[in-house]
Design a protein around this ligand. Structure first.
Ligand code: PRP
Ligand code: URA
Length: 233
Protein backbone atom coordinates (compact mmCIF):
# COMPACT_ATOMS: atom_id res chain seq x y z
CA UNK A 1 0.00 0.00 0.00
CA UNK A 2 1.80 3.16 1.11
CA UNK A 3 4.84 3.61 -1.04
CA UNK A 4 3.81 1.03 -3.61
CA UNK A 5 3.28 2.19 -7.14
CA UNK A 6 -0.45 1.47 -7.34
CA UNK A 7 -1.62 4.60 -5.59
CA UNK A 8 1.37 6.89 -5.82
CA UNK A 9 1.12 10.01 -7.90
CA UNK A 10 3.41 12.94 -8.44
CA UNK A 11 2.15 16.46 -7.80
CA UNK A 12 1.75 16.90 -11.56
CA UNK A 13 -0.79 14.03 -11.59
CA UNK A 14 -3.16 16.08 -9.49
CA UNK A 15 -4.75 18.47 -11.98
CA UNK A 16 -6.08 21.57 -10.31
CA UNK A 17 -9.85 21.34 -10.38
CA UNK A 18 -12.55 23.93 -10.68
CA UNK A 19 -15.17 21.28 -9.93
CA UNK A 20 -18.21 22.42 -7.98
CA UNK A 21 -20.14 19.54 -6.48
CA UNK A 22 -23.94 19.46 -6.95
CA UNK A 23 -26.15 20.62 -4.04
CA UNK A 24 -26.81 17.14 -2.67
CA UNK A 25 -23.08 16.78 -1.94
CA UNK A 26 -22.43 18.33 1.47
CA UNK A 27 -18.74 19.08 1.97
CA UNK A 28 -17.64 19.80 5.55
CA UNK A 29 -16.48 23.40 6.04
CA UNK A 30 -12.76 23.47 5.24
CA UNK A 31 -11.75 24.82 8.65
CA UNK A 32 -8.08 24.99 9.59
CA UNK A 33 -8.71 22.19 12.07
CA UNK A 34 -10.18 19.89 9.41
CA UNK A 35 -7.42 20.69 6.91
CA UNK A 36 -4.80 19.96 9.59
CA UNK A 37 -6.45 16.61 10.42
CA UNK A 38 -6.64 15.73 6.72
CA UNK A 39 -2.99 16.70 6.29
CA UNK A 40 -2.00 14.17 8.95
CA UNK A 41 -3.91 11.29 7.41
CA UNK A 42 -2.83 12.18 3.85
CA UNK A 43 0.86 12.18 4.86
CA UNK A 44 2.50 8.92 3.74
CA UNK A 45 4.83 9.16 6.75
CA UNK A 46 1.92 8.96 9.23
CA UNK A 47 2.03 5.69 11.13
CA UNK A 48 -0.95 3.50 11.88
CA UNK A 49 -1.82 4.69 15.37
CA UNK A 50 -1.93 8.35 14.31
CA UNK A 51 -3.77 7.42 11.13
CA UNK A 52 -6.46 5.70 13.19
CA UNK A 53 -6.65 8.44 15.83
CA UNK A 54 -6.97 11.33 13.38
CA UNK A 55 -9.25 9.46 10.98
CA UNK A 56 -11.54 8.75 13.93
CA UNK A 57 -11.66 12.46 14.72
CA UNK A 58 -12.69 13.30 11.17
CA UNK A 59 -15.21 10.45 11.13
CA UNK A 60 -16.84 11.91 14.24
CA UNK A 61 -17.26 15.27 12.47
CA UNK A 62 -18.71 13.51 9.43
CA UNK A 63 -21.20 11.47 11.44
CA UNK A 64 -22.38 14.60 13.26
CA UNK A 65 -22.93 16.30 9.89
CA UNK A 66 -24.56 13.17 8.44
CA UNK A 67 -27.10 13.27 11.27
CA UNK A 68 -28.07 16.79 10.14
CA UNK A 69 -29.48 15.24 6.98
CA UNK A 70 -31.88 12.71 8.45
CA UNK A 71 -35.52 13.60 9.16
CA UNK A 72 -36.53 15.61 12.19
CA UNK A 73 -39.92 16.37 13.71
CA UNK A 74 -40.98 19.42 15.66
CA UNK A 75 -40.81 18.75 19.37
CA UNK A 76 -41.80 20.93 22.30
CA UNK A 77 -40.46 20.39 25.82
CA UNK A 78 -40.82 22.23 29.11
CA UNK A 79 -37.48 23.31 30.57
CA UNK A 80 -36.77 23.18 34.36
CA UNK A 81 -37.62 26.88 34.46
CA UNK A 82 -41.18 25.99 33.47
CA UNK A 83 -40.88 27.55 30.03
CA UNK A 84 -41.93 25.91 26.79
CA UNK A 85 -39.11 25.30 24.28
CA UNK A 86 -40.10 24.56 20.70
CA UNK A 87 -37.30 22.47 19.27
CA UNK A 88 -36.72 19.39 17.16
CA UNK A 89 -36.56 15.68 17.78
CA UNK A 90 -34.99 12.94 15.67
CA UNK A 91 -37.77 11.21 13.80
CA UNK A 92 -36.21 7.91 14.85
CA UNK A 93 -35.53 4.81 12.86
CA UNK A 94 -31.95 5.59 11.93
CA UNK A 95 -29.49 2.82 11.11
CA UNK A 96 -25.94 2.56 9.82
CA UNK A 97 -24.71 0.29 7.05
CA UNK A 98 -20.98 -0.11 6.60
CA UNK A 99 -19.35 -1.17 3.36
CA UNK A 100 -16.75 -3.68 4.53
CA UNK A 101 -14.01 -3.58 5.17
CA UNK A 102 -12.99 0.09 5.34
CA UNK A 103 -16.50 1.29 6.24
CA UNK A 104 -16.29 -0.61 9.51
CA UNK A 105 -13.84 2.04 10.69
CA UNK A 106 -16.79 4.46 10.81
CA UNK A 107 -19.10 2.32 12.94
CA UNK A 108 -17.70 3.42 16.30
CA UNK A 109 -18.14 7.11 15.41
CA UNK A 110 -21.80 6.39 14.66
CA UNK A 111 -22.27 4.41 17.88
CA UNK A 112 -20.81 7.31 19.87
CA UNK A 113 -23.46 9.63 18.42
CA UNK A 114 -26.48 7.31 18.26
CA UNK A 115 -27.01 5.17 21.34
CA UNK A 116 -27.90 1.58 20.49
CA UNK A 117 -27.91 2.22 16.73
CA UNK A 118 -28.39 -0.84 14.54
CA UNK A 119 -25.60 -1.41 12.03
CA UNK A 120 -25.89 -3.56 8.92
CA UNK A 121 -22.95 -4.72 6.82
CA UNK A 122 -22.35 -5.12 3.12
CA UNK A 123 -19.12 -6.80 2.06
CA UNK A 124 -17.95 -5.45 -1.28
CA UNK A 125 -14.38 -5.73 -2.50
CA UNK A 126 -12.86 -3.81 -5.38
CA UNK A 127 -10.66 -5.86 -7.70
CA UNK A 128 -7.04 -4.70 -7.26
CA UNK A 129 -6.41 -4.71 -11.02
CA UNK A 130 -9.70 -3.70 -12.64
CA UNK A 131 -11.24 -1.71 -9.74
CA UNK A 132 -14.55 -3.50 -10.43
CA UNK A 133 -16.56 -4.22 -7.27
CA UNK A 134 -17.86 -7.65 -6.24
CA UNK A 135 -20.64 -8.12 -3.71
CA UNK A 136 -19.96 -11.02 -1.32
CA UNK A 137 -22.35 -10.64 1.58
CA UNK A 138 -24.96 -8.45 3.19
CA UNK A 139 -26.71 -8.55 6.54
CA UNK A 140 -29.13 -5.72 7.22
CA UNK A 141 -31.72 -4.86 9.89
CA UNK A 142 -35.04 -6.61 9.06
CA UNK A 143 -36.97 -3.34 9.06
CA UNK A 144 -34.39 -1.35 7.09
CA UNK A 145 -37.03 -0.28 4.52
CA UNK A 146 -38.60 1.96 7.17
CA UNK A 147 -35.31 3.44 8.41
CA UNK A 148 -33.09 6.30 7.38
CA UNK A 149 -29.74 4.86 6.45
CA UNK A 150 -26.29 6.33 7.00
CA UNK A 151 -24.17 4.39 4.51
CA UNK A 152 -20.53 4.36 5.64
CA UNK A 153 -17.43 4.14 3.47
CA UNK A 154 -14.38 6.42 3.75
CA UNK A 155 -13.39 6.34 0.06
CA UNK A 156 -15.45 7.22 -3.02
CA UNK A 157 -13.24 6.56 -6.04
CA UNK A 158 -14.96 5.20 -9.17
CA UNK A 159 -18.17 4.92 -7.13
CA UNK A 160 -18.57 1.25 -8.10
CA UNK A 161 -18.61 -0.07 -4.51
CA UNK A 162 -21.03 2.52 -3.14
CA UNK A 163 -23.27 2.14 -6.22
CA UNK A 164 -23.52 -1.60 -5.61
CA UNK A 165 -24.22 -1.08 -1.91
CA UNK A 166 -27.05 1.35 -2.71
CA UNK A 167 -28.45 -1.19 -5.18
CA UNK A 168 -28.64 -3.68 -2.28
CA UNK A 169 -30.39 -1.12 -0.05
CA UNK A 170 -32.90 -0.22 -2.76
CA UNK A 171 -33.63 -3.91 -3.42
CA UNK A 172 -34.42 -4.17 0.29
CA UNK A 173 -36.96 -1.35 -0.06
CA UNK A 174 -34.99 1.64 1.27
CA UNK A 175 -36.11 4.78 -0.60
CA UNK A 176 -33.23 6.54 -2.33
CA UNK A 177 -33.90 9.77 -0.46
CA UNK A 178 -33.59 7.95 2.88
CA UNK A 179 -29.91 7.24 2.23
CA UNK A 180 -27.08 9.54 3.32
CA UNK A 181 -23.66 8.36 2.14
CA UNK A 182 -21.05 9.39 4.73
CA UNK A 183 -17.57 9.52 3.26
CA UNK A 184 -14.09 10.93 3.99
CA UNK A 185 -12.62 11.50 0.54
CA UNK A 186 -14.63 11.77 -2.66
CA UNK A 187 -13.72 12.71 -6.24
CA UNK A 188 -15.73 14.08 -9.19
CA UNK A 189 -15.78 10.73 -11.04
CA UNK A 190 -17.33 8.86 -8.11
CA UNK A 191 -19.81 11.61 -7.30
CA UNK A 192 -21.00 11.70 -10.92
CA UNK A 193 -21.39 7.94 -11.17
CA UNK A 194 -23.39 7.77 -7.92
CA UNK A 195 -25.64 10.73 -8.60
CA UNK A 196 -26.29 9.72 -12.23
CA UNK A 197 -27.69 6.47 -10.82
CA UNK A 198 -29.25 7.84 -7.65
CA UNK A 199 -30.06 11.55 -8.04
CA UNK A 200 -31.88 11.77 -4.69
CA UNK A 201 -28.93 10.41 -2.70
CA UNK A 202 -27.16 12.79 -0.34
CA UNK A 203 -23.40 12.58 0.11
CA UNK A 204 -21.64 14.02 3.16
CA UNK A 205 -17.88 14.17 2.71
CA UNK A 206 -14.83 15.82 4.27
CA UNK A 207 -13.33 16.71 0.89
CA UNK A 208 -13.67 16.33 -2.84
CA UNK A 209 -10.29 15.57 -4.37
CA UNK A 210 -9.13 16.22 -7.90
CA UNK A 211 -9.29 13.01 -9.94
CA UNK A 212 -8.38 9.32 -10.17
CA UNK A 213 -5.05 7.96 -11.34
CA UNK A 214 -4.71 5.15 -13.88
CA UNK A 215 -5.10 2.58 -11.09
CA UNK A 216 -8.35 4.30 -9.97
CA UNK A 217 -6.83 5.65 -6.76
CA UNK A 218 -7.89 9.11 -5.66
CA UNK A 219 -5.42 11.99 -6.19
CA UNK A 220 -4.09 13.50 -4.04
CA UNK A 221 -5.99 11.04 -1.81
CA UNK A 222 -4.46 9.16 1.08
CA UNK A 223 -3.64 5.77 -0.41
CA UNK A 224 -5.50 2.63 0.60
CA UNK A 225 -7.62 3.61 3.59
CA UNK A 226 -8.47 0.06 4.67
CA UNK A 227 -4.84 -1.06 4.63
CA UNK A 228 -3.67 1.98 6.59
CA UNK A 229 -6.48 1.84 9.16
CA UNK A 230 -6.41 -1.90 9.77
CA UNK A 231 -2.63 -2.30 9.40
CA UNK A 232 -2.65 -4.70 6.47
CA UNK A 233 -0.24 -2.81 4.26
C1 PRP B 1 -12.09 0.64 -1.01
C2 PRP B 1 -12.93 1.66 -0.29
C3 PRP B 1 -14.22 1.63 -1.05
C4 PRP B 1 -13.78 1.37 -2.46
C5 PRP B 1 -13.78 2.66 -3.21
O1 PRP B 1 -12.40 -0.62 -0.59
O2 PRP B 1 -13.10 1.43 1.07
O3 PRP B 1 -15.11 0.61 -0.61
O4 PRP B 1 -12.43 0.86 -2.39
O5 PRP B 1 -13.47 2.46 -4.55
P1 PRP B 1 -14.54 2.57 -5.70
O6 PRP B 1 -15.30 3.84 -5.46
O7 PRP B 1 -13.70 2.61 -6.95
O8 PRP B 1 -15.43 1.36 -5.67
P2 PRP B 1 -11.64 -1.96 -1.06
O9 PRP B 1 -12.53 -2.75 -1.98
O10 PRP B 1 -10.28 -1.63 -1.56
O11 PRP B 1 -11.56 -2.84 0.23
P3 PRP B 1 -11.17 -2.52 1.75
O12 PRP B 1 -12.39 -1.90 2.33
O13 PRP B 1 -10.87 -3.86 2.28
O14 PRP B 1 -9.98 -1.60 1.74
N1 URA C 1 -9.79 2.83 -2.14
C1 URA C 1 -8.92 3.45 -1.32
O1 URA C 1 -8.73 3.03 -0.16
N2 URA C 1 -8.24 4.52 -1.80
C2 URA C 1 -8.43 5.01 -3.03
O2 URA C 1 -7.79 6.01 -3.41
C3 URA C 1 -9.34 4.35 -3.88
C4 URA C 1 -10.02 3.27 -3.40
Amino acid sequence: MIGTSKEEGSASDAKSSSYTPPPNVIVLPQTKELVALMTIIRDKETGRSDFVFYSDRIIRLLVEEGLNHVAFVEKTVITPTGVEYKGLGFQGGICGVSIMRAGESMEQGLRECCKGVRIGKILIQRDEETAMPTLFYSKLPEDIASRQVLLLDPMLATGGSAHKAIEVLIERGVPEDHIVFVNLVACPEGIKYLLDGYPKLRIVTACVDTCLNEKKYILPGLGDFGDRYFGTA
